[in-house]
Design a protein around this ligand. Sequence first.
Ligand SMILES: *[C@@H]1O[C@H](CO)[C@@H](O)[C@H](O)[C@H]1NC(C)=O
Ligand SMILES: *[C@@H]1O[C@H](CO)[C@@H](O)[C@H](O)[C@H]1NC(C)=O
Ligand SMILES: *[C@@H]1O[C@H](CO)[C@@H](O)[C@H](O)[C@H]1NC(C)=O
Ligand SMILES: [Cu+2]
Length: 712
Amino acid sequence: MAQPSFARLSLLFFGFLLLFATYSWVFGPDSGFLSGTRVRKTLGSDPKLRVDHSSDKPHHPLDPLTVREIERVRSILSGHDPDFRSGSATIHSMALDEPDKARVVRWKKGNRLPSRRAEVVALSGGKSHVITVDLESGRVVSDLINPSSGYPILTMDDLIAASQVPFKSIEFNRSIEARGVKFSDLVCITPFAGWFGPEEEGRRIIRVQCYTSKDTPNYFMRPLEGLYAMVDMNKLEVIKVVDKGPVPIPKAAGTEYRYSVLNKPVHMDPINPISMEQPGGPSFRVEGGHLVKWANWVFHVKADQRAGMIISQATVRDSETGEPRSVMYKGFPSELFVPYMDPEELWYYKTYMDAGELGLGPPAMPLVPLNDCPRNAYYIDGIFASPDGKAIVQPNMICLFERYAGDVSWRHSEILIPNVDIKEARPKVTLVARMATSVGNYDYIVDWEFQTDGLIRVTVAASGMLMVKGTPYENVDDLGDKEDDSGPLISENVIGVVHDHFITFHLDMDIDGHTNNSLVKFHLEKQRIPTGKSPRKSYLKVKKYVAKTEKDAQIKLNLYDPYEFHIVNPNRKSRIGNPAGYKIVPGGNAASLLDHDDPPQIRGAFTNNQIWVTQYNRSEQFAGGVLVYQSHGDDTLQVWSDRDRSIENKDIVLWYTLGFHHVPCQEDYPVMPTVAASFELKPANFFETNPILGVAPFLEKDLPVCRPFASS
Ligand SMILES: *[C@@H]1O[C@H](CO)[C@@H](O)[C@H](O)[C@H]1NC(C)=O
Ligand SMILES: *[C@@H]1O[C@H](CO)[C@@H](O)[C@H](O)[C@H]1NC(C)=O
Ligand SMILES: *[C@@H]1O[C@H](CO)[C@@H](O)[C@H](O)[C@H]1NC(C)=O
Ligand SMILES: [Cu+2]
């Protein structure tokens, strides 16, 4: 057997993240997450428009840490703890420690910025540290050691190192050899540990599972089933190797997905390229790199290592007065939960929480112009800290674009008035902020879409590769009544294991001010009509309930017991006395059906309800806790909400979980077409009337011959 070179090994064994490969592809081998600062940006595909971030300054209190600030945090930490200087302490996440809300809300352009702080989550001496660093004074303000169960986000270095550990074991090597796979064809991924009891305590553990990339880049479809190694990530030792015996490895044929290699005829008439042109240029501006102004909206957008993308201070102008009115202080995907439905030893632990275990930011690769985002898109970079505290740039991580999908924003035509011809229709143009993150096999595309009528739509689309299981069966008929209960056969020797995806959004609604909001539940109650009163026998009546405490706001959706859920400001009334509000409008959804005593569900307890409202608490941002890896579920949204604090006429936070049950099918192979679900935040008695009544229609004369216009 040919001995692979070390370089080849490290490329092959990079584990969970294709990230590394892409970093070196983007930056060249000497840069990216693994080393050094590379500070530049590409706009669209034009390399001439790269932006240098090395001297960026913050312009707004919520602007993310700059390259210089990250470097400063690094030097402050080196002074604080010699382990940072020597490199034995590692930085797992770093973000702006946002100033108090009251300070941010009072801040106006031209004011001095509130003092800049960073929150660093690090591992030092096997312990988790949550460190607050003040950049102005150059001091560490606090250093909490093991504040809860769990460990910080995994770093790329963790995953690379862990994926190589099994090869220290002769037993593991023999298991690979027994499967007839060349070491040079292996790609090993690192499924996260979950948490299943005290024997896993006191050490960071991870599993390593391998695939073959022979004749395909889509190794995810070619598992070496029946084998894993459990690894101690601190000691870089094998804890155990589990080999249940070889299972036939699915074939490579049919797994290719790259257009340049595939050469597969599509039996359809070709679609000519389409793009939306804006002859007058874009209608939005981005000030200071993060503050977006479009139509009647202003909001702040930034990349974040953990949440991927954060929208802050979304403010809409009043349609009557022009007054800027606050809608949402902060919105972001707070945690994900992706439990697989196979209790077997090789699969039971696969219960991912990708935001807190991995972070959605670093795997959010540069977006692909014209395909991930339309031609008129503007791109924003992400800036993160590497494990050794250096700044790294993720170019083109977020895109912003105006969307015109040919939809109608309102219309009416009138026929009953004699001699009056009325046909009024208005086009719907929206503004989208998008990020796409590739957390291992899966890709999530997260969109925040703003409409001029005040509606915000949040959409999550899932694509990428299934996590599949090898099986000896090649045909459903061979399975007979032995049908594998972990999922359907989707190709020869491939089972698509059933699983769920849940994405829990933190939605800090601030309707007209940041302190005084309430949750009002509008219950649609069926009334039975006494015989003889009406030809009808039943109807719906709406009854209002104001939620008093957090337990009144632990909400499960039910089609046969419908409610509307409004966040209102009881102190801000419309002309006719309705409190100004926004309602959350759920879309297609799924609930977690796991039992509440099941360890993954205890950790993922933020999915016990689809909607929650909690009292604002600046420490309660991440629904699965600050430290999620191997957490026991002692710091989740369920725990906070069970404190049952008052939520009436208070600063409150809305949480919404969007979910999919995923029963795989053949179309999901070898890469799945996107599946999307969304929810809306919709004004409800917020405006006095239809806020876009006065908006002009489009006219032919305003749209001359299309010419390409690089809007960014
Ligand atoms: C296992 O195989 C790899 C790749 O051939 C090799 O580098 C490693 O030394 C082997 N491990 C042992 C314990 O022999
Ligand atoms: C707003 O909330 C604060 C804090 O809960 C409370 O003291 C104040 O009375 C409220 N204002 C109104 C107008 O209800
Ligand atoms: C705020 O949140 C933290 C973390 O959950 C908790 O320790 C603290 O008690 C909370 N404060 C209040 C007033 O609920
Ligand atoms: Cu899925």
